[in-house]
Design a protein around this ligand. Structure first.
Ligand code: AMP
Length: 164
């Protein structure tokens, strides 16, 4: 699994990791955006949630990830941007009965993340300063406890700034 705040470089590095190690890449954000475009029953709710920088309910995200895992021939998965919260993590572990072997965390300074998101020009509705501020708050409140959990389990590999 790969974790990091908005603009920390998850997508870019996932492409490289996949190329080098042959994982099947599953990006929670990309799967949710695909669901919006495909006009699924959850489309409007997902779009509103992304626009607000909030977290889509675990039931929906876990279902999308599992669907991709089950339909893939590959048995090595690189799951990016998930779990985003303890609720995500617990739901995933309960449903799959498994834990990640390895969690990579991009510990990127906030100013750098803001700068990168504002300059990436990918046409995303959530790449504006108001939504970024909300995404950063959500990241700190909900995602960092997941990072702490994996650190305690000895699974976390941190890239970037170090604290003692
Ligand atoms: P990302 O592409 O990873 O930056 O995700 C963009 C947006 O998709 C987030 O701000 C959330 O609104 C939503 N999202 C991404 N991953 C998840 C997840 N694991 N659970 C719920 N919502 C998510």
């Amino acid at each position: 699994m790969l974790s990091g705040g908005p603009g920390s470089g998850k997508g870019t590095q996932c492409a490289r990791i996949v190329e080098t190690f042959g994982f099947k890449h599953l990006s929670a954000g990309d799967l949710l955006r695909k669901e919006v475009v495909s006009a699924s029953e959850y489309g409007t709710m997902i779009l509103d949630t992304i626009r607000e920088g909030r977290i889509v309910p675990s039931a929906v995200t876990v279902k999308l990830i599992l669907r991709e895992m089950e339909s893939s021939d590959n048995h090595k998965f690189l799951i990016d941007g998930f779990p985003r919260s303890e609720e995500n993590r617990i739901a995933f572990e309960r449903i799959t009965g498994s834990e990640p072997d390895f969690v990579l965390f991009f510990d990127c300074p906030e100013e750098e993340m803001v700068k990168r998101v504002l300059s990436r020009n990918q046409g995303r509705i959530d790449d504006n300063i108001d939504t970024i501020k909300k995404r950063l708050k959500v990241f700190e409140a909900l995602n960092l406890p997941v990072v702490d959990h994996y650190e305690k389990r000895g699974k976390l590999h941190r890239v970037g700034k170090f604290t003692s």
